[in-house]
Design a protein around this ligand. Sequence first.
Ligand code: DC
Length: 232
Amino acid sequence: MPGQNFQIAIDGPVAAGKGTISRLVADQLGFLYVDTGAMYRVATLLAVRAGTNLENEPAIVKLIRLSNIQMRNPSHSEKDGRLTTVFLDGEDISWDIRTESISSKVSIVAALPKVREVLVKKQQIIAGTQNVVMEGRDITYRVLPDADLKIYLTGSDIVRAKRRHLQALQRGEFVSYDDVFEQLKIRDKNDTERVNDPLQIVDDAWVIDTSDLKIPQVVRLIVDKVRVMMDR
Ligand code: DC
């Protein structure tokens, strides 16, 4: 059963707009925004920095357990386009986890069952005590199966690749569109075909295709629905 706090669970493929939309919905409702993908990215960064093989599950779990990972809303001085601020042992790694180098490796780490187990527990603890908008790939059925509102955000692969490409260019990463598209297809395949908790649409999810919608339209749809639900 849902607890006293209100939980919005959002899943969907890469670049469907989950981060931006979740952040805005959380701001408008006064909820906490939790980017669970950032946690898998931190695990990947830890492995890369330590020179650990990306399939060495025990070593990566150990690195996570020994690290102090903190996530919070960006402060005033951190308003540089980031959606969330992430610290690893006190170091601000909010952008280090967003490079194409980490993006191309993260689905390997996210496929490790013990890594998922440790991170899912952390996510459930966070969502247990406050109103949250939590987004990722397994939130609607694994992390918060009793969430008050479950949403599956999606979009065509071309629209999503264009968005990702633009974001990379805006950050000064000069990657080609074709490379971004290819990476996106690989990540979609890894996310939907992995053995442990593959990306899926649950029966009671509200499916929103963002290909032809502007961000404020999607935000409005969700916020209006939650307000009606909370008033009941
Ligand atoms: O949303 P993102 O691109 O930051 O996610 C990074 C990776 O982590 C992506 O490959 C999917 C994976 N992920 C996951 O397996 N489960 C989640 N709850 C969130 C992200």
